[in-house]
Design a protein around this ligand. Structure first.
Ligand SMILES: *[C@@H]1O[C@H](CO)[C@@H](O)[C@H](O)[C@H]1NC(C)=O
Length: 353
């Protein structure tokens, strides 16, 4: 049969073809297999490289996070500095001067209090610090503090009289501190800054606490500026009350002697220096009831309540606190030597004189 004759030959060819085909496949497979081995090796190498890279990157991320934390901290610090200080540093020469009057008397914490105040005022541009000692003569220790503040200053003294005639029915009345000293400062300003019409006068005791923003607020005062004072008069804050309709002072929240013409603390106001010159007799007085020093002075400047300029965001911010330094408990040996200023060691003198 034709078909079977041919079919006897065909299988051989087919077999050869099949064998060839599979040989090729096998070769191909082997070559692929070797390729795969290589690929596997190179992939493993790549994985190892990537692992190393991952470690490096992880370390870099940690470094960057640390750096970013550090930068944020610096940024925050700078923002705080800018917010608080920029208004004061903008143009120191064009800022009207502040005459900051500090009466001070001899006591164990005097040097500490004045040091703290000097370091607050040091940062304030165009401020004249007038320190008036309640003493017969100037003290060298205080002179050193005032000089090293780097501020313009006046260092004066005025002794509080001890034999004041007590014309006061109040049994708690004592000769008030600060009267002679503030008056001495006023007379010094009237003499030494006679031609000065720009600037404000502020009475800043040596143990109060002052926010720098207070100084920025007071520079714009035209006649008399007022603001809240923290922790004073038995209250958390004493403040003028400001009308929300026209922004003028309409009252005060003081509970202690609220009928005073100006029921406010010495730290609650500042006045334009031109008023000090215009009213040369305006001053503090021993002849007034307790708590009337501020009112006596402001009435002496012919000021009315409705002329007061509310500062510190319409009297809603507190930038000064009537803090008191506690009387230190000294043993009688040290107290006596301090009072007499005798037999003090060098380091003791440095602590308190
Ligand atoms: C104070 O109050 C007045 C009147 O309500 C207002 O015009 C003014 O903008 C306020 N000032 C501040 C600093 O809040």
């Amino acid at each position: 049969m034709l078909g079977s004759g041919q079919s006897a030959k065909m299988p051989t060819k087919i077999v050869i073809a099949v064998v060839l085909f599979f040989s090729c496949q096998l070769l191909l497979f082997w070559s692929n297999f070797e390729d795969l081995d290589e690929k596997k090796a190179s992939l493993e190498a790549a994985v190892a490289r990537l692992e190393r890279r991952k470690d490096v990157l992880r370390k870099q991320i940690m470094d960057l996070e640390r750096e970013s934390f550090r930068i944020n901290k610096t940024l925050l610090r700078s923002e705080i500095l800018l917010k608080d200080r920029l208004p004061l540093l903008k143009n120191p020469r064009n800022l009207s001067p502040i005459f900051f009057v500090t009466p001070t008397h001899y006591r164990p914490a005097q040097k500490a209090d004045l040091t703290r105040l000097a370091q607050t005022l040091k940062a304030v541009p165009n401020l004249v610090w007038i320190v008036v000692e309640d003493a017969e003569k100037l003290s060298e220790g205080i002179a050193a503090i005032v000089k090293s503040s780097g501020l313009q200053y006046g260092h004066l003294h005025a002794l509080t009289p001890t034999n004041m005639k007590l014309n006061e029915s109040d049994p708690n009345w004592k000769v008030p501190r600060g009267v002679a000293q503030r008056n001495q400062a006023l007379s010094w300003i009237r003499t030494n800054f006679a031609g000065t019409v720009r600037g404000v006068v502020y009475f800043g005791d040596d143990d109060n606490t002052y926010d720098w923003r207070l100084f920025d607020e007071m520079r714009s005062i035209e006649k008399a500026g007022v603001w809240p004072v923290g922790i004073v008069g038995g209250q958390l804050v004493e403040t003028p009350m400001v009308s929300t309709t026209n922004g003028s002072v309409v009252g005060f929240n003081a509970r202690w002697k609220p009928n005073r013409p100006f029921p406010i603390d010495m730290a609650a106001f500042a006045v334009n220096v031109s008023l000090i010159h215009s009213y040369p007799n305006a001053q503090f007085s021993y002849e007034v009831p307790r708590g009337y020093q501020e009112s006596t002075f402001l009435v002496g400047l012919d000021l009315q309540r409705n002329e007061l300029e509310p500062k510190a965001a319409n009297c809603t911010e507190v930038y000064v606190w009537h803090t008191r330094t506690e009387h230190p408990k000294l043993n009688s040996f040290d107290r006596r030597r301090f009072q007499l200023r005798e037999n003090l060691t060098d380091v003791e003198r440095r602590a308190v004189l």
